[in-house]
Write a protein that binds this ligand. Structure first.
Ligand code: PNS
Length: 165
């Protein structure tokens, strides 16, 4: 039987419950899902790629057909290297669509086999973003309903360290 593999790429800086919701949905649709942390130099992340991989690995430990890794370079090349049948991306709201549509079409232009599948997380996560989580956490706000516990602890520790230096 052919194994249908999907790649779910993202910055995941840090992973949120919205991301995990998408991972779970993808894991039901595909035989195997590789959650791929982008290690591209363009953004200045709060967590290193290795730290994000570790957090995601802990968050996804219960889902047997999910693996976590990181990649550098172009997504379509990584998808091709893994033999992925699809790229999975989450769509929280219509506002996400324009950029995601452009990215999906560009990736398919670069490799005509690179198909993107959009999955909608639960509406209860439609307003959750990693950027907001970092800001709320930095100012001591309660993020417990938006991120897994390990992410909450990692954020607390990181912010404590930043205050100390
Ligand atoms: O979580 P994000 O930040 O929305 O994820 C964006 C990501 C990592 C999927 C995108 O920036 C990406 O694919 N980066 C890899 C480099 C690449 O292939 N760029 C061209 C996209 S058309």
């Amino acid at each position: 039987m052919i194994e249908r593999l999907a790649i779910y790429p993202g910055s995941f800086d840090p992973p949120t419950n919205g991301h995990l919701d998408v991972v779970k949905r993808a894991a039901q649709l595909f035989d195997k899902v590789i959650v791929a942390v982008a290690n591209n130099g363009a953004k200045q992340p709060m967590f290193t790629a290795q730290e994000r991989v570790e957090l995601l690995t802990e968050c996804c430990a219960e889902i047997s057909n999910v693996e976590v890794d990181y990649f550098s370079g172009l997504l379509y090349q990584e998808a091709r290297k893994l033999g992925a049948a699809a790229v999975v991306r989450g769509l929280r709201a219509v506002s996400d669509f324009e950029w995601e549509f452009q990215m999906a079409l560009m990736n398919r232009e670069l490799d005509r086999n690179c198909e993107t599948v959009f999955l909608m997380p639960s509406p209860k996560y439609s307003f959750v973003s990693s950027t907001m989580i970092k800001e709320i956490s930095a100012y001591g706000g309660d993020i417990s309903s938006f991120v897994p516990e390990c992410v909450m602890n990692a954020l607390k520790n990181r912010i404590k360290k930043e205050v100390e230096v």
